[in-house]
Design a binder for this molecule. Structure first.
Ligand code: PLP
Length: 398
């Protein structure tokens, strides 16, 4: 029996709708592709917030690439769920502590940090059924405690004292983990001190994550990597991985004012003019850049395989951030800006035709009160005024 006209009409309508949807979806795919995104049908599902960490895009910084004749590429770490490169470190520290039994579900991770690592630990701890306790100096911006508390961490604000004092915030954080263990019962480990400076889980996060991602995203075709160091975890993990895969890849440090690492890398000694002249400031790292620069050798930094170092200044970092905002629409934080200063220095050293990779650690959103605050910058003589990259004085101060 021939089909009745009614089902034929329905089949016809459904076919038209399906064809239209196919055309629209293909059009969308083409549009996305032209914006630099490709919707692949095999997109892997990632598990929860932890699964969303890492695999960040490697962005070509067009303005710096055009200006130098090199390919300047940067890992967009500000796109991690906790807003910085430190998400990788927080996950690795917690996972290794859980695996080794030093931390148990329900336990508390403690850290002495006013920066990104504390925010990342507070962000990921609940995903492991853990709590987070952060000890910070009471002169740190109040927004930092507010963010941490909003994330569910407990925050202890303490008087700023020297690192050698038992009540330095890092030492208190270590003590809080021990105290949590003392009250724990039946072998249950109550507390774990994250210790991002000395804990080599930090280095491993970059050796197993950031480094391999850079290698894959460039197809192994890169000539140099450059970044500043705070704990040293990033430069250590990435440099070790890249050199293991191609010893010809050059790895460099870019160091902010007040830090002793430039001298350590170039001359083998930790020494800064500020300290030698006895003019040690209240904050020995008297720089507008945050999270980078240090005057001691950490276990993480000791792992780094570096070919050289550059100095970067505060005004260069500020100018670079404004240059990238104006030319590329990149709103980045102070350490990222310093890393880009380093990338241009490396480009000048190697000459055109090289591929150089660096890190965009966090976004300018985290730096509204100082680095991105015109009033603050003006008070510190750091008002940007450059038209292009002339502020870099590329006369060869490597
Ligand atoms: C925003 C930011 N950028 C860069 C760094 C430096 O990275 P690393 O500690 O791996 O040397 C830090 C470290 O705390 C940081 O907080």
């Amino acid at each position: 029996m021939p089909p009745s006209p009614k089902p034929i009409a329905i089949i016809g309508v459904v076919s038209v709708v399906l064809c239209s949807l196919y055309v629209i979806s293909n059009k969308r795919r083409a549009t996305s592709h032209s914006r630099g995104k490709t919707l692949t049908k095999n997109k892997v599902k990632r598990n929860g917030i932890v699964g969303a960490i890492g695999n960040t895009p490697l962005i070509r910084i067009t303005s710096l690439s055009d200006a130098t004749g090199c390919e300047i590429l940067a890992k967009a770490e500000f796109l991690n769920p906790g807003g910085s490169v430190k998400d990788r470190v927080a996950v690795k520290i917690i996972e290794e502590a859980l695996e080794s039994g030093q931390l148990s579900i329900g336990g508390v991770v403690t850290e002495g940090s006013a920066g990104s690592t504390a925010i990342s630990l507070a962000t990921v701890a609940p995903a492991y059924g853990c709590k987070c306790h952060v000890v910070i100096p009471d002169d740190a911006a109040i927004e930092k405690s507010k963010i941490l508390e909003a994330l569910g961490a407990t925050v202890e604000r303490v008087r700023p004292v020297s690192i050698t004092h038992k009540d330095h915030y890092v030492n208190i954080a270590r003590r809080r983990a021990c105290e949590a263990n003392k009250v724990a019962v039946n072998g249950y480990k109550g507390g774990f001190f994250a210790d991002q400076f000395e804990n080599l889980a930090n280095y491993r996060a970059h050796y197993e994550g950031t480094g391999p991602e850079i290698w894959e995203q460039t197809g192994g075709k890169l000539h140099a990597f450059v970044a500043a160091a705070g704990t040293g975890g990033t430069v250590a993990g990435v440099s070790c991985f890249l050199k293991e895969n191609d010893p010809g890849i050059k790895c460099y440090l870019v160091d902010p004012p007040g830090s002793g690492l430039f001298n350590k890398v170039t001359r083998g000694v930790m020494y800064t003019r500020e300290e030698a002249e006895g003019k040690r400031l209240k904050n020995p790292f008297d720089t507008v850049t945050e999270g980078i620069g240090i005057n001691r050798l950490t276990e993480n930094f000791k792992m780094a395989q570096l070919d050289g170092a550059f100095r970067g200044t505060d005004i260069e970092a500020v100018e670079m951030s404004r240059f990238l905002l104006k030319n590329d629409g990149l709103f980045i934080g102070s350490s990222s800006a310093m890393n880009c200063v380093g990338a241009v220095r490396v480009a000048k050293l190697l000459g055109p035709g090289h591929t150089i990779v660096t890190i965009l650690c966090d976004s300018g959103m985290r730096h509204l009160s100082k680095f991105c605050n015109p009033e603050y910058l003006s008070q510190h003589g750091l008002t940007p005024s450059a038209k292009g990259l002339e502020f870099l004085h590329l006369g060869g101060d490597s």
